[in-house]
Design a protein around this ligand. Structure first.
Ligand SMILES: [Zn+2]
Length: 211
């Protein structure tokens, strides 16, 4: 089985920081690859304010264990839902500048905070040459409307279910959080994930490697 693991809300602030669990998973699961939707300016706190953390994250990126993608700017509610095209361009620019200033590589994949994304934001992402937009399964209509201009991705497995069911698809996109919310926090599911990987020996993919 091929597995995409994705977790929302990475930042060095607690409880969104999950560096210990990342290291646990990297040390426990050979060939693991983890996709992180990262918040560059969470509640006005830029990633660069913790340069030691950024260095450790960049090291994991360099070794091919994790990749970062853009999860809004501040992750405020409706941040990319009530916004103009020009406003979206500006906010995405600032988000990218913070990644650059923090010396953190990132892929051009975007997920709106709280799944919020409007058509103006989608147009801004297309013009800024993003490769993928990650939407919720219920946002299929948006994906259909714009799929000739940009690729869309969504999840088909909630990591909170890993203790009761096994994925049965050839490509399973597993979704969770970097902190313990929605029952799918990386720390609370880590044992289930390690056991699953020992039994199934899946192949891991970064989002950009799917197609
Ligand atoms: Zn989020």
């Amino acid at each position: 089985v091929r597995i995409v693991l994705d977790f929302d809300d990475l930042h060095w602030r607690e409880p969104e920081n999950c560096l210990d669990t990342i290291n646990l998973l990297v040390n426990s699961i050979e060939n693991i690859k983890i996709n992180f939707f990262t918040i560059p300016f969470l509640d006005y706190i830029p990633l660069i304010d913790n340069s030691k953390w950024c260095l450790e994250i960049e090291r994991l990126i360099k070794y091919g264990k994790i990749r970062l993608y853009v999860h809004g700017l501040r992750h405020s509610f409706n941040e990319f839902l009530d916004i103009s095209y020009e406003g979206a361009i500006k906010k995405i620019d600032v988000a990218e500048q913070i990644f650059y200033a923090s010396n953190l590589r990132f892929g051009k994949v975007f997920k709106g905070p709280n799944w919020g994304i409007n058509k103006e934001t989608i147009r801004a992402l297309i013009d800024k040459k993003y490769d993928y937009i990650y939407v919720h399964p219920e946002q299929e209509a948006l994906a259909t409307e714009f799929c000739q201009y940009i690729k869309f991705i969504t999840y088909n497995f909630n990591l909170s279910d890993l203790n009761k069911t096994r994925p049965d698809k050839d490509l399973t996109i597993m979704h969770g959080h970097t902190h313990n919310v929605c029952g799918n926090g990386i720390k609370e599911i880590s044992n289930d994930l390690i056991n699953f990987c020992r039994e199934e020996k899946p192949t891991f993919k970064f989002i950009e490697e799917i197609w």
